[in-house]
Design a protein around this ligand. Structure first.
Ligand SMILES: *Cc1c(COP(=O)(O)O)cnc(C)c1O
Length: 513
């Protein structure tokens, strides 16, 4: 039995109703495509981002989810959003993604310290939360290509502020019929992040140091996507572009999983009652991670506030307070470099929801951002921002937070997680809200060793970063993750560089076009 209901197609499968979720652009390109098509394309032709037309809901009692392991929760959520994939395709992708690449069997362990909960999303190979989605995206993408009969070679482009790049390289390394090209700002990443990328193995991996910052790299990648002539030239040479950045909806949906998973872990451990609302604090850059939290809330997960934590590049803090997004300010390089971003791409997806899918309005605001470097949302959109709270942490406050939590709870946070911790302390002081709170921990302290030791010891450290890895282990007793143990001895395999306006040229050179 099949019946049509608004945009939602309900299929009756084995007695269970399955909602077929279709995707469209935030800027109203009149598309109505499947998740596989959206994942393969990455970005819409009208420059908008793909969004689900309707949100599936959590239709099981949360009590019934609490005994599921990470992979089972992943299947439950992905099967709802990616309803055009078969169960077998999803299960295969999930099995291949969340295996022993993760050093912790739970995949996303939840650790209670100092009265709050740290959701550790950094036990994958690259030591940052990007692994949560980028270990599955290559499987979703290659399955999408197969389903849709795409024969051309898929060229994955990624701009990175440090972590996406490595996770994309690792995920796509030697995946058949793909090339992966990563643009990173060498001056804006940690030594460990840089070394992880330039030692990457895999015949199809390419790493380019762009003379600029993350925003330049991201803009350049979007420009390549939107250049029709370039796309045609690629197609004539049997290549097609896709994206590994969180502009790709295939990056976002797998991130919804750990919000649900951590909630039911709290339930299982008796830390919260059924349907008790909790907060999540999310160290934010491109607004992808926190948006996945918002999607979880829209699915019905009992979330009170989503607390958006920024560093001194605090455009989002200002936006959440005033409703004005204004990028006319200096781009700062901070000790939480993965959040050094002024243009948070995924905010466009939030605006789409806040405006009740007003595509014309989104288009005009994005136009304002390009031309006037700012836009203002409407009062009714501002009202819909109540789900969020925004705050920021200075570099100093970040280091102090690392020291405080270490002294109080013998727990080592990386700088990004420390930003979240600081903003949460601010939030508690300001609001007196006593809801249980999860701090989304996005990177291992070993990825930002220099700053972490500066925080622990109060003061500059002159040693090279690889010495510091050993020092951090001696100091704290924390095991050194396998994947960086011999990083300093690995051969450097990539040395390409380009200027801000030279990205297309270098792509052609890499692909021999
Ligand atoms: C990417 C990243 C962030 C920011 O996440 P967004 O989804 O871009 O907001 C925060 N912390 C770390 C360690 C990251 O790698």
């Amino acid at each position: 039995m099949v019946y049509y209901y608004l945009n939602i197609i309900m299929l009756k499968v084995w007695g269970e109703e399955v909602m077929v979720v279709k995707y469209k652009s935030t800027r109203g390109n009149n598309e109505n495509i499947t998740s596989a098509e959206a994942i393969l394309k990455g970005l819409s032709k009208d420059k908008g981002l793909y969004v689900p037309q309707d949100f599936p809901v959590i239709d099981k009692n949360l009590e019934a989810i609490k005994d599921m392991n990470y992979k089972e929760v992943a299947f439950y959520i992905l099967n709802k959003f990616l309803s055009d994939y078969t169960e077998e395709e999803l299960k295969d992708a999930i099995e291949k993604a969340y295996d022993d690449k993760f050093e912790n069997k739970k995949i996303a362990p939840l650790v209670k310290k100092s009265g709050m909960y740290f959701l550790e999303l950094y036990h994958g190979k690259t030591l940052a939360f990007k692994d949560m989605a980028l270990s599955i995206l290559p499987h979703l993408l290659t399955k999408a290509a197969k389903k849709l009969g795409e024969q051309k070679k898929i060229v994955i482009l990624a701009a990175t502020s440090g972590d996406t790049g490595k996770a994309a390289l690792e995920g796509f390394s030697d995946v058949n019929n793909t090339e992966v090209i990563v643009f990173y700002p060498a001056k804006g990443v940690s030594e460990i992040q840089k070394r992880q990328m330039i030692t990457q193995e895999g015949k199809n991996t390419h790493v380019v140091d762009i003379n600029g910052n993350f925003d330049h790299a991201q803009r350049g990648v979007k420009e390549i996507f939107n250049d029709d002539a370039f796309g045609e030239e690629m197609a004539a040479n049997n290549h097609v572009f896709s994206s590994a950045n969180s502009i790709n909806i295939g990056r976002l949906i797998p991130q919804v999983v750990y919000y649900v998973y951590s909630y039911v872990q709290l339930l299982k451990q008796g830390e919260i009652a059924l349907d008790e609302k909790i907060n999540f604090v999310v160290p934010t850059g491109n607004f992808g991670n926190i948006l996945a939290g918002y999607y979880a809330k829209k699915m019905g997960l009992p979330i009170n506030k989503l607390i958006c934590a920024s560093n001194e590049n605090n455009v989002l803090t200002d936006f959440l307070k005033t409703g004005i997004y204004d990028i006319q300010r200096d781009f700062l390089i901070t000790n939480s470099p993965s959040m050094d971003i002024l243009i948070s791409s995924n905010l466009e997806r939030l605006l789409y929801e806040l405006s009740d899918h007003d595509e014309d309005l989104i288009r005009s605001m994005m136009h304002d951002l390009e031309r006037k470097k700012k836009y203002t949302i409407t009062p009714s959109m501002k009202k819909n921002l109540e789900d969020f709270y925004g705050g920021f942490s200075t570099e100093d406050e970040t280091l102090q937070a690392i020291k405080k939590v270490y002294n109080d709870a013998n727990y080592v946070m990386d700088t990004h997680t420390a930003v979240a911790y600081h903003v949460y302390e601010q939030y508690k002081k300001e609001t007196k809200d006593a809801s249980k709170t999860v701090i989304v921990s996005t990177a291992s302290p070993y990825k930002f060793t220099k700053s972490v030791i500066e925080g622990l010891k109060e003061g500059n450290t002159e040693n090279d970063e690889f010495e510091l890895v050993k020092n951090l282990s001696t100091l704290t007793g924390l095991n050194i993750p396998q994947s960086i143990k011999d990083l300093d001895k690995k051969e450097i395999l990539h040395d390409l560089k380009c200027e801000k306006d030279g990205m297309k040229e270098i792509v052609k050179k890499i692909l021999n076009i």
